[in-house]
Design a binder for this molecule. Structure first.
Ligand code: NCD
Length: 307
């Protein structure tokens, strides 16, 4: 039985197969409409989410399956003190696959070790968010045409942003990627990730001002300041509007630069940028459904039956 805890759980050729499947699903949705007939996905979300939970649920429904679950810890038995290990043992009796989000780093991993069904890490604290990374890689592959040889700017909360941490790890396996980390000093990328970059001989730079680097980026990945992971509100308020991507700033970006954001956005991308053809964050959300459909099929080892 296979789980998904980190994007590195799949080899790059397995990822290619997953993305090919996601692309085929996009082109031929009808072909996949009954692949999961009779199957159930449990979404166990101990932390708020809109996109991830609903895109998992939409993915399972698109495949003909059903969904059950909870969307906050207070409405589950966690509120009575049940451990994640016990919860997953019970869920294993009710569902065929589980997507779990948890504020504690490593909780989905603990669940996977006791689970009778595949567990997907749908975000654990400030640690990893592998299915967002699959979404991001598919978006880059589809819109940029390749997963190598580009300059990517990651901007915003690089300290607490788990989508950034997961994405960097995944991109380190591809050739010729130059990383530009754009953040205020307080929200710099953690040292353990810098160590991984050095180990892989990746090229990177760290800057504070987006204006100084925007013209050289092929991809600009904006992120929200992660309010829920701050220890005090004052720091959050001071940093939350540090970056605001405006039309004016976009004038300096390359014609081919794509702008990504895992969403939800707060203020970091001005809504006027949404009409720019380079703004790709809503397409990214759509790709997230296809890639989750492909993931569910892959983990459940399901294939389309030929008509
Ligand atoms: C991200 C997350 O939960 O880490 N959201 C998402 O899943 N698309 C990003 C965020 O909350 O800022």
């Amino acid at each position: 039985m296979r789980h998904l805890m980190s994007p590195l759980d799949f080899t790059t050729s397995e990822l290619d197969a997953l993305f090919d499947l996601a692309c085929d699903i996009e082109k031929n949705p009808k072909k996949y409409a009954h692949v999961c007939d009779g199957k159930k996905l449990a979404t166990c979300f101990y932390e708020p989410s809109t996109r991830t939970r609903l895109s998992f649920e939409a993915a399972m429904m698109n495949l003909g399956g059903n969904v059950l679950g909870f969307s906050e810890a207070s409405s589950s038995s966690a509120a009575k003190g049940e451990s994640v290990s016990d919860t997953i043992r019970v869920i294993s009796c009710y569902a065929d696959i589980c997507a779990m989000r948890h504020p504690k780093e490593g909780a989905p991993m603990v669940a996977a070790s006791k689970s009778g069904i595949p567990v997907i890490n749908a975000g654990d604290g400030g640690h990893q968010h592998p299915t967002q990374t699959l979404t991001d890689l598919l978006t880059i592959r589809n819109l940029h045409g390749k997963l190598n040889n580009f300059t990517i700017g990651l901007c915003g909360d690089l300290k607490f942003g788990r989508t950034v941490h997961s994405l960097i790890r995944a991109l380190l396996r591809y050739e010729g990627i130059h990383f530009v980390f754009i953040s205020p000093d307080e929200l710099k990328i953690p040292d353990y990730i810098i160590d991984e970059l050095k180990e892989k001989n990746a090229t990177y730079e760290e800057v504070i001002m987006l204006d100084d680097v925007i013209d050289k980026l092929d991809i600009l990945y904006m992120t929200r300041v992660q309010r829920e992971r701050f220890f005090n509100e004052e720091d959050y308020v001071r940093l939350k509007n540090f970056y605001i991507l405006t039309k004016e700033k976009m004038d300096k970006a390359k014609e081919t630069c794509i702008v990504m954001h895992p969403l939800p956005r707060v203020n970091e991308i001005s809504v006027e940028v949404d009409d720019d053809p380079r703004a790709s964050y809503f397409k990214q959300a759509q790709f997230g459904v296809y890639v989750r459909m492909a993931l569910i099929m892959t983990l459940l080892e399901l294939e389309v039956k030929d008509a």
